[in-house]
Ligand binder design. Structure first.
Ligand code: PNW
Length: 489
């Protein structure tokens, strides 16, 4: 009846990687088991539980440390081509440094990877998804330029241990969430709240750390192991509220501040931080009485080192916002990144809302983001490394199904437009510890019963829909699963 027949026929290429994504702290549990060291999320949730909505933590989470075979069974039920997960740095290196490798932690990841490979599921490994070893945080974390060496050493150890089987490496998950949320505000661990310069110092150190880990792979492992290395950046779409040139300019500066400060140094021809943003922070800093800009500079040598340090661009995409030069302005901390940018952000209420305040279903937002990135950075290889929807309900998750169908249509639009997009990872395989929201927001294709010591996993309706799309390589908007029992095809 409803969907356009021409759209219905569009197919995903056979070699397009369909997967799901998770992160170590959100699923593993076993926070102090078998020699794992403390990380900043253990530290924060144990010492200040009140900052988490339900005062919970990841001590047990979905207990994937115990249930990893069931996780792989779920991947097989879905028919996944790939699975993206992250390594817990302090499970492998308990104090973060290279002198002490925890063999039990290494064995866990070997088992997880080998179990996937047994069933032809391609592992995509993120080295850092926010769980910094506490010892490194005590030494300044991402405020200390030595993070670039600590991270490179950890990366080399991971390539050496797992690179015979892992061919897709992601250095960092979401620099913005690490730097702005962790250091420039209080919305993620370590809640440093260094609003003036925290985000900027972190951004510079992080992109250099990424580049060092990239060249370690490129120069010492790639030839032998034959894999690829990139970074995942959260790229939501920021469009202009109106067609005025003021709103266009406001949207552009917003994009630069949200993801440009991490993407531009790596993916642009000229390297370094984005130009308009650099000028804006410099001007604000002078007005505020600083003798130099709060945004650090890259030396020419650093610029040249960082630019081009990638094999692919991983995009975590969730939603969109409309940006205004003059409306919807808030009371931002002064000085801060948001004050430096000074634009208004609007979320149209007619865009359906998830169970997360920040997440609405926005039209064409994947297409808008990817075609913009391609226009700006050229014909880069992309993966969507996360995309997903939160619900409070389990089982009949119609909102999630609507979201995934719309998102995947936008993926097809992007492929039609010639974007070199190689894969799509749904967030998430299963419900997990949703950071500051604890267990109150569920992103899983599989529901997890967190009251049950066995952490039983049950497929939501969306799991059947995603499975059908993977199997047929088309989006059938009328498909209704005829069973609630999963099988392995
Ligand atoms: C991602 N936004 O973070 C993370 O990589 C996951 O660990 C997390 O569970 C997932 O999204 C769901 O929240 C994001 O404001 C945080 O648009 C915020 C945004 C996007 C992604």
């Amino acid at each position: 009846c409803c969907a356009l027949p021409s759209k219905q026929q569009r197919r995903f290429p056979d070699d397009f990687l369909f997967g799901t994504a998770t992160a170590s702290y959100q699923i593993e549990g076993a926070w102090n088991v078998d020699g794992k060291g403390e990380n900043i999320w253990d530290h924060m949730t144990h010492n200040t539980p009140e900052v988490i909505k339900d005062q919970s933590n990841g001590d047990i989470a979905a207990d994937s440390y115990t249930n990893y075979k069931r996780d792989v069974e779920m991947m097989r039920e879905l028919g996944l081509d790939a699975y993206r997960f992250s390594l817990s740095w302090s499970r492998i290196l308990p104090n973060g440094l290279s002198n002490n490798i925890n063999e039990a932690g290494v064995a866990f990841y070997n088992n997880y990877i080998n179990e996937m490979l047994k069933y032809n599921i391609t592992p995509i490994v993120t080295l850092y998804h926010w769980d910094l070893p506490q010892k490194l945080a005590d030494m300044g974390g991402f405020m200390n330029p030595l993070i670039t060496d600590w991270f490179e050493e950890y990366a080399r150890i991971a390539y050496d241990l797992f690179g015979d089987r892992v061919k897709h490496w992601i250095t960092f998950n979401e620099p913005r969430e690490i730097c702005f949320e962790g250091y420039g505000s209080t919305t993620k661990a370590p809640r440093a709240n260094l609003t003036d310069v925290g985000t900027y110092i972190c951004a510079k150190n992080l992109v250099i750390a990424h580049a060092k880990a990239y060249y370690a792979y490129n120069n010492y492992f790639k030839q032998r192991q034959g894999g690829e290395c990139g970074i995942t950046i959260s790229v939501n779409w920021f469009g202009p509220l109106t067609e005025s040139s003021e709103d266009e300019a406001a949207a552009e500066i917003k994009r630069q501040s949200e993801w440009g400060i991490y993407a531009e140094p790596i993916f642009s021809q000229q390297g370094g931080f984005p130009r308009e943003f650099t000028e804006k922070v410099a001007q604000k800093s002078v007005e505020q009485g600083y003798s130099s800009s709060r945004l650090p500079e890259f030396t020419e040598e650093e610029k040249n080192y960082v630019r081009g340090a990638y094999d692919f661009f991983g995009v975590n995409h969730y939603t969109a916002y409309l940006i205004s030069a003059s409306e919807y302005l808030s009371d931002f901390a002064v000085p801060s990144l948001n004050d430096d940018v000074g634009v208004g952000t609007y979320s149209p209420p007619e865009w359906p809302l998830s169970n997360s305040t920040w997440l609405r279903l926005a039209p064409n937002s994947i297409y808008n983001s990817l075609t913009h990135l391609k226009a700006r950075y050229g014909d880069v290889k992309f993966y969507i490394t996360e995309n997903g929807w939160s619900e409070s309900v389990t089982g009949n998750d119609e909102g999630r199904i609507r979201y995934y169908r719309a998102a995947l249509e936008s993926v097809l639009d992007s492929l039609d437009a010639g974007v070199n997009l190689k894969g799509y990872m749904a967030w998430s395989l299963m419900d997990n510890f949703e950071w500051m929201e604890g267990y109150t927001e569920r992103f899983g294709l599989y529901a997890v019963d967190f009251e049950d010591p066995a952490r039983t996993r049950t497929p939501n309706k969306s799991a059947f829909v995603y499975k059908q799309i993977i199997k047929t390589r088309v989006i059938d908007h009328d498909y209704e699963p005829d069973s609630t029992t999963m099988t392995i095809d």
